[in-house]
Design a protein around this ligand. Structure first.
Ligand code: SF4
Length: 318
């Protein structure tokens, strides 16, 4: 188990990341999908076999200390891949709930949510944020590029069976003529949201591909378009819709010792590209420019510009 952050999340405030899976050597992630827009790169290890991965007592003790030190708004299972690939997710959730009242969320691609053991684990969390980017199998396969046996219907039916709070997260974008943000696809998505919401009340989070990825030509949708899609979905379904707005980063009053800072920044960037401001606000607004320059000079990270903003990404991510 790896702990990183807290990181700024437009859905959850300051979110302390807990990574329950570890990508094998020479792979940038472990996941049952390979989404076009994935910010972890495209040399992942693709699997459809959840298994028990060990979590030590030392990991839980380190987490307890980090929670005390950083006082996050949320603790979130997320990271180097799909957290439900670890069948110890439920055990980890129960242990975390014993140590704190801070709500626990999980960011999942929901590919195993029709498996009752996985669902039982998810139900120990306070909020399951399930990815759903496409309304039909054909578009699902083009966007999320799942392990071949994974079916969109099984995902939507599995989400309906969750007992805990659930939100659907849809990431809207366009890529060389392929899009899930056009009016016709949104109409189909509304049918999917409605179908789930009748059995299992949901919130919808609408995001866009605003962080850099290795796919040239992968474009986010504008904030105006997100707002108009959000208002259409809310108007036609009555479902609460929250859409991405430029992060209002809350400063974390946490200042690791200088020797820890380089490692903490690397852990953060391994899981998501960040701007210098994103990073600085994580550490009490200190100036991190020298450390970023040194990581760039050492070939650990590199700069990428996206929509006029400079992001830092790990070098192994293309
Ligand atoms: S589900 Fe998440 S980690 Fe997996 S490929 Fe998609 S974006 Fe990447």
């Amino acid at each position: 188990m790896q702990i990183y952050g807290p990181v700024p999340s437009w859905r959850l405030g300051n979110s302390l990341g807990v990574d329950l899976v570890e990508a094998p050597d020479d792979h940038s992630k472990i996941c049952s999908f390979d989404c076009l827009y994935c910010q972890l790169g495209h040399d992942g290890f693709k699997t459809n076999k959840p298994e028990k991965m060990d979590i030590s007592e030392g990991d839980f003790e380190a987490l307890r200390k980090k929670i005390e030190e950083t006082k996050p708004d949320y603790i979130t299972f997320s990271g180097e891949g799909e957290p439900t690939l670890n069948l110890n997710l439920g055990y980890a959730a129960r242990r975390i709930k014993q140590m704190t009242d801070i709500p626990l969320a999980v960011l999942t691609n929901a590919s195993f949510v029709n498996n009752s053991d996985v669902r039982k684990g998810l139900d120990y969390c306070d909020l399951v944020i399930a990815k759903l980017d496409a309304p039909n199998q054909e578009l699902f396969e083009k966007i999320n590029r799942p392990y071949e046996s994974i079916s969109l219907t099984n995902i939507t039916e599995g989400i309906k069976l969750l007992k805990t709070n659930a939100a659907i997260q849809t990431l809207l974008f366009s890529y060389h003529g392929l899009t899930n943000a056009d009016d016709e696809t949104i109409k189909e998505m509304i049918e999917i949201y409605n179908g789930i919401n009748k059995s299992k009340p949901i919130t919808v989070f609408l995001g866009t591909a605003y962080r850099p990825t290795d796919k040239e030509g992968l474009n986010p949708v504008s904030e105006d378009r997100l707002e108009s899609i959000a208002s259409r979905i809310a108007g036609e379904t009555g479902i609460k819709v929250i859409y991405y707005k430029e992060a209002d980063s809350k400063t974390v009053s946490r200042q690791p010792k200088p020797f820890e800072l380089r490692r903490e920044i690397s852990k953060l960037l391994k899981r998501r590209p960040c701007t210098q401001e994103d990073i600085s606000t994580r550490f009490n607004n200190i100036d991190v420019s020298d450390i970023l320059s040194s990581l760039v000079n050492d070939g650990v990270i590199r700069e990428r510009t996206r929509e006029g903003k400079k992001f830092y990404v790990m070098c192994r991510i293309n």
